[in-house]
Design a protein around this ligand. Sequence first.
Ligand SMILES: CC(C)(COP(=O)(O)OP(=O)(O)OC[C@H]1O[C@@H](n2cnc3c(N)ncnc32)[C@H](O)[C@@H]1OP(=O)(O)O)[C@@H](O)C(=O)NCCC(=O)NCCS
Length: 180
Amino acid sequence: MIYGERIRFRHIERSDLPTFVRWFNDPEVRENLSVYLPMSLVSEERWFENRSQSHPDEQIFGIEVPEGDGWTLIGNCSFFGFDRRVRSAEIGIVIGEKPYWNQGYGTEAMQLLLKHGFETLNLNRIQLLVYETNPRAIRTYEKAGFVYEGRMRQAQYKNGAYLDVLIMSVLRPEWNEPQA
Ligand SMILES: CC(C)(COP(=O)(O)OP(=O)(O)OC[C@H]1O[C@@H](n2cnc3c(N)ncnc32)[C@H](O)[C@@H]1OP(=O)(O)O)[C@@H](O)C(=O)NCCC(=O)NCCS
């Protein structure tokens, strides 16, 4: 486990897949993700098998919060697209349980992921892509320390319209570990 102040990361398990399918089949959750079609459990199981061949650094973390005597899975996040020579990688996140939106969990997960990326994976640059139509995510990333870097014009197509995709990043020298 990797522990934050109010959350923890754990490795995802095959038994989590029905939960992921439920999240990604919710149009509101999918709205700002590259997923654009309904998802089946079979396709998710195939994806899980393929993921097991990935480098361990690219493992997907389940984001959990304490509840009662146990922990509840509310989302997932991961690193991908590593360039080992340049020491850079990309990150992605989804909080799939909508009642947990806007409570600071996404910000804390991004802060914990940055700490892991810089202090464990020894990255120098961490970047992400976000749709211009997703102000909640943009605000979340700003709070975690990401800075706006550029805009890919009309790089996505959703709901009958093109939209711009923003690039945001954090460099190791400018990153300040959040104080608990
Ligand atoms: C995007 C996501 C990760 C953010 O996590 P979260 O836990 O909901 O976010 P937080 O509570 O940490 O922070 C949200 C911030 O956005 C603000 N916000 C929410 N809706 C907003 C809106 N429409 N316009 C501007 N700001 C908004 C909140 O007020 C809060 O900022 P504040 O603390 O300054 O008030 C999560 O909502 C999610 O997974 N959404 C669905 C999938 C998705 O969009 N993933 C990201 C793809 S790039």
